[in-house]
Design a protein around this ligand. Structure first.
Ligand code: ATP
Ligand code: MG
Length: 450
């Protein structure tokens, strides 16, 4: 009886005859409607009422099956973007690599994608194209749920939940892979990575996030094909870096990026600093990711400026040392080093100006926060980036750097009243030998003048 409930259907319609379509009925899976956002349910309901198919798909289904809270919900449908737009007043068509529809409910956005196809035939050549490396350039051919499933990246991301009997449709063995806790590419891994090299970063990201292994055949080509990431536009890589390190699992993702030698394609200087064992580099970067993961879990704000500042700080220090050894003064060397490191990073991932500005300010404060004499402490405390600079000091100390109690001093400075603050600064001054002012020498009068 139970066996009959999981109906394997060898599809007769599909172009790929090996597709094994399993329908998992409500009583055989753990997804409850209560766990799905009301907005996503509304979207699915209205599409269904309009006569279209509608499924919850991707990370939403995967995370619910694993008992996690999905960060967003995506819906797949056989309605075209225009038809979806027609059904929802609160929607707009977004056209990045392919057309999708965003349906907005307050702050929540439900992404609705039309079933797509992987289109290998000539008839669709005008809608799709590949580069010489086999990379998909355009990808805008519509298909059915089967073709949509097999053009997705990993089996665990290709499960479809429907309000029709609340069942799950599995075309690629995704459910088994969820149970076995493994990331497996759909189709031939090498081809799929060539089509879109970002999938290699995604494999590592999901493995880190879910604590899954990357299945052997899916893992194997990554070392060989990693360099294809060089062909990815800087802006897309920037987005990917944010997903890797600001998704709440950065600490788990970093060692996998190192293991698969992918770090060099997104943060080449960081990779170099880690490989060269720059002082405190590993500990500092791990600490930054641990702190970021914690902040995300606590719903606290995180900024790319902070992550990038941490990732690149060891490289800035190394570059500064090099410039000083070449005879440059420390202050100038620091500024030049910051500039050089940011310019080098921008050749790999774009970073919006407001973030590079923030990174430079955080770095600059590392040199200014130790100099607290006179009115300096007061002024530093007013600095708009004080908090980020101070947090960065604490992080460096957590990572094992000895900054002679600098973090603790600033912690106390923030806790006490203004009179005590003055006291703290005064103590600092009395504790240090005062710089002796050189007596000003009178300019000798020019000769012949009286
Ligand atoms: P999360 O949102 O938790 O990071 P996700 O699986 O929802 O994970 P998204 O980037 O939101 O990931 O993408 C949604 C879905 O779209 C994926 O689950 C996958 O099925 C498909 N997808 C996304 N990017 C690709 C890609 N590069 N190649 C193939 N399919 C992709
Ligand atoms: Mg998602």
């Amino acid at each position: 009886m139970l066996k009959r409930l999981i109906r394997p259907i060898i599809s007769t319609f599909s172009k790929a005859p090996s597709i094994n379509h399993q329908i998992i009925p409500r009583e055989k899976h753990s997804i409850s409607r209560r766990d799905i956002s009301r907005s996503a349910l509304k979207v699915m309901q209205r599409l269904g009422d309009g006569g279209y198919e509608a499924y919850l798909v991707g990370g939403g289904v995967r995370d619910l099956l694993l008992g996690d809270h999905p960060k967003d919900f995506d819906v797949a449908t056989n309605a075209t973007p225009e038809q979806v737009k027609h059904l929802f007043r609160n929607s707009r068509i977004i056209g990045r690599r392919f057309k999708i529809v965003h349906v907005r409910f307050g702050r929540e956005i439900i992404e609705v994608t039309t079933f797509r196809d992987n289109h290998k035939d000539n008839a669709s050549a005008q809608h799709s194209a590949k580069s010489e490396d086999g990379m998909l350039l355009r990808d805008n051919v519509y298909g059915d749920i089967r073709s949509d499933a097999i053009r997705r990246d990993f089996t665990v991301n290709a499960l479809y939940y429907t309000l029709d009997h609340f069942s799950i449709h599995d075309f690629t063995g995704g459910l088994q892979d969820i149970n076995r806790r493994r990331i497996r590419v759909i189709g031939n891994p090498e081809t799929r990575y060539q089509e879109d090299p970002v999938r290699m970063l995604r494999a590592v990201r999901f493995a880190g996030k879910l604590g899954f292994d990357i299945e052997k055949n899916s893992a194997e080509p990554i070392h060989k094909l990693g360099s294809l990431l060089r062909n990815i536009p800087e802006a897309r890589l920037f987005e990917e870096v944010l997903k890797l390190f600001m998704g709440g699992y950065g600490r788990a993702v970093l060692p996998l990026l190192q293991e698969y030698d992918l770090l060099q394609y997104i943060l080449p200087l960081t990779d170099q600093a880690l490989k060269e064992d720059e002082p405190f580099a590993e500990a500092l970067i791990q600490q930054a990711l641990t702190n970021t993961d914690k902040r995300i879990k606590n719903n606290q704000r995180v900024t790319p400026a902070y992550i990038y500042a941490a990732m690149l700080w060891p490289s800035v220090c190394a570059e500064q040392r090099k410039l000083e050894a070449e005879g440059m003064k420390p202050v100038q060397a620091h500024q030049q080093a910051a500039h050089n490191v940011v310019s080098a990073q921008l050749r790999t991932t774009s970073i919006p100006k407001r973030f590079t500005q923030g990174m430079k300010e955080i770095w600059d404060l590392q040199h200014r926060l130790p100099r607290r004499q006179g009115k300096r402490a007061e002024r530093l405390f007013e600095h708009p980036r004080f908090r980020a600079g101070y947090d960065f000091v604490l992080m460096r100390e957590q990572a094992g750097e000895d900054l002679q109690g600098l973090g603790q001093w600033w912690t106390r400075y923030q806790e006490v009243d203004p009179a005590e603050r003055e006291n703290m600064v005064a103590k600092l001054e009395s504790g240090q030998p005062r710089k002796r002012r050189r007596p000003r020498r009178r300019k000798p009068k020019p000769q012949g003048q009286d």
